[in-house]
Design a protein around this ligand. Sequence first.
Ligand code: FPP
Length: 237
Amino acid sequence: MNTINHVAIIMDGNGRWAQQRSMPRWKGHEMGIQAVRRVSEAACRQEIPILTLFAFSSENWKRPAEEIRILFSLFQRYLVAERQSLIDNDIRVSAFGRRDRLPLFVGEALSSVEEETGSCKRLHLRIALDYGARYEIVEAARALANEVAQGKLDLEQITEEGFMRRLASDGVPDPDLIIRTAGEQRLSNFLLWQAAYSEFYFSSKLWPDFEAVDLEEAIADYRSRTRKYGALACAAG
Ligand code: FPP
């Protein structure tokens, strides 16, 4: 049976959830936050050490300004409201992605939750915010090129491991399982490097409807698979 260290989720379908109920799109995002709470607690119960959630992509800036404003204010409210419960549940929160374009109030709320939950151990809840994998890869390439230009690194010393150390996921194992909700089957610029050997699970449920049992089903499905990493089944790790 496959072990599981890291689950990543592309939370999709908030807008459709709201539209189906003739509600404004932000209502779907609000319910999406409740699903974040449920699924984080379920991840704790299922002893998953790392949960990464794609909350805001670098492409989401193309949405109407009002939707972006509401999304960020919901993030901030979540971080403030959940602070004590995260600490009580021993959940460490950290965010990755660009910080320089986030509203100040979001950056501040993030920094304080990251600091206050920094020593929590039960679950590492990673939030991708203003994240795009291509940008992350270009930044890593730029960092390496800079070190070569400065004579700190030889071209021959550039390795996969060295490249990985310059990604935002430095030190975090690659996701074993990537779940996407709402019936969509694409990566949308999420963890392109890290997904090299991830297993994929697509759920038809809209994110606000995603329950603990859906996570359990995804994990059971993952555990039943054969991971080969390019080797033969009997030799795979
Ligand atoms: C995709 O649904 C969802 C988003 C772009 C935002 C996801 C954010 C949350 C659920 C809140 C997360 C909060 C924290 C604190 C992690 P969509 O709007 O693209 O849905 P649609 O495809 O049906 O329109």
